[in-house]
Design a protein around this ligand. Structure first.
Ligand code: BES
Ligand code: ZN
Length: 455
């Protein structure tokens, strides 16, 4: 009975928090090769927890970090739900900006602070608690296959091969993912669109060693100057991305969608205040919500050259480099955008430097149809879990697995996330409000019961 399950979730909260803290203490930073042991340990720990929850669980190798694959005993005739999450996290730097250390989860004013608190360990754990609660009341009412990967934050590069190799084991009627946010505090959301990504790195090299800026300056190419000049060409005066072909495949927003978003209770003054910004900016002709959810971008994410230490050093560095992320929207193709970016950068650099452009990772933009019975059930579950009707939104972030699930397994995903927009994902002091965690677990438990009636 769902009411017993929800009761159990309410009475086991202290233990749930302790469990989540153990998960958060493991520094499973996927991008850092020095942390590979921690990433592996995190997968092992999670699999062990799932076994203790009565599931069968395995840690399976991929070409990169391992995948945790778990399931309950599938009962023929019941709907099968592929529950996806990721146990890897982003780096915690800059460490000195954390009020409590990134891997020492700490509770302050009703939230748990740690790297991965909401993205995505806390949301995965909300599901684990929901599964455990069902196990104490006669078992999970649906067939669950759980796929928790360790490379989401680095683009899920090895997941497509893994999914092809395990297509049979992953077969499901629907996928369920909690790795997104509510629309606002107390206003839960079903996300039906995500932006894609093309992440590039540009390195410009001139002389083969650093040069005294007095002895050589003015007579030699300066890679840092050149990089800045080239990067400055990437936008025009209207905030549009200035790369030939960039907008070619962009699906225009429909009037209906624009109207739906305009009716959402988006609080722009509060948004600015939360970021300590006086004004916002972006592509002309679009609202803030539209800019974040449905327009493509090109943003420098890292910029390195020359002296970075305290004080001044008079030097012309031999190299300058930039990391650039481009967020993509339907129907842009990451490979095509990578090629267009590379071409534009090469064409705009002078002949007296060498230019290297590499592509790091990508993700396809996605749109998920809203007219399925599962979406309706998810909205009902969110209403139960959060006590407020769900809204239907897109988000600006990317989750590479969503398009893989569509392409390889032929099913859609339900993006039912429990985060808040002020959770500081990928930044210092990432948090997850405990209420969101509890309401998330309640939503998950309710949704399993509702999905049991799917066919
Ligand atoms: N959970 C986020 C994405 C997200 C957060 C979507 C909030 C919507 C709302 C996810 O872990 C993430 O950060 N993805 C990366 C993917 C990339 C590395 C391919 C991203 O968007 O930068
Ligand atoms: Zn993330």
């Amino acid at each position: 009975m769902i009411s017993n399950v929800l009761n159990t979730l309410d009475t086991t909260r202290p233990q749930a928090i302790e469990n989540l803290k153990s998960f958060l203490r493991i520094p499973s930073i996927s991008t850092d090769p020095d942390r590979a042991g921690d990433v592996q340990h995190c997968a092992d720990w999670l699999a062990q927890q799932l076994v203790e929850s009565g599931l069968s669980a395995q840690v399976l190798p991929t070409g990169g970090h391992p995948v945790v694959l778990a399931r309950n005993a599938h009962v023929p005739g019941r709907p099968t739900v592929l529950l996806y999450g990721h146990y890897d996290v982003q780096p915690a730097e800059p460490l000195e900006q954390w009020l409590s250390p990134a891997f020492e989860p700490t509770i302050r004013s009703g939230a748990i602070y740690a790297r991965g608190a909401v993205d995505d360990k806390g949301q995965v754990w909300a599901h684990v608690e929901a599964l455990r609660a069902w196990q104490r009341h006669g078992g999970i009412p649906i067939n669950i296959t759980m796929l928790v990967e360790g490379e989401e934050e680095i683009g899920s590069a090895h997941l497509a091969d893994f999914m092809r190799d395990h297509r049979g084991a992953l077969a499901a009627d629907i996928a369920l993912i909690s790795d997104t946010d509510q629309f606002a505090r107390g206003v839960p959301a079903i996300v039906y669109g995500l932006r894609g990504l093309a992440y590039m790195e540009v390195t410009i090299t001139a002389a083969d060693h650093d040069l005294h800026s007095g002895l050589y300056g003015g007579a030699v190419p300066n890679p840092a100057n050149i990089l800045c000049e080239v990067l400055a060409t990437l936008h025009d005066e209207n905030g549009r991305v200035n790369i030939p072909g960039f907008y070619e495949d962009v699906a225009p927003l429909t009037d209906a969608e624009r109207a739906m978003w305009a009716s959402l209770p988006f609080d722009e003054p509060a948004f600015k205040q939360e970021l300590a910004l006086e004004t916002l900016c972006g592509e002309e002709g679009f609202s803030t919500v539209e800019r974040r959810w449905a327009r493509p971008t090109c943003d420098i994410n890292g910029l390195t050259s020359g002296y970075q230490g305290p004080g001044a050093k008079t030097v012309i560095a031999s190299k300058a480099s930039a990391k650039v992320s481009m967020r993509l929207v339907p129907n842009q193709d990451p490979a095509k955008i990578e090629a267009a970016f590379t071409r534009a950068i090469r064409e705009r650099c002078p002949a007296n430097v060498t230019v290297e452009v590499v592509s790091h990772h990508g993700a396809e933009p996605v749109l998920i149809p809203l007219d399925s019975p599962a979406v309706k059930l998810a909205a009902e579950a969110l209403q139960v879990g959060f006590g407020h009707p769900a809204v239907f939104i897109r988000e600006g972030g990317s989750i590479p697995v969503v398009s893989l699930i569509r392409r390889i397994l032929g099913i859609d995903s339900l993006l039912v996330g429990f985060g808040l927009t002020d959770d500081r994902v990928h930044a210092p002091n990432e948090k997850f409000d405990l209420n969101c965690f509890y309401n998330g677990a309640r939503t998950a438990a309710t949704l399993y019961a509702k999905l049991a009636g799917l066919k």
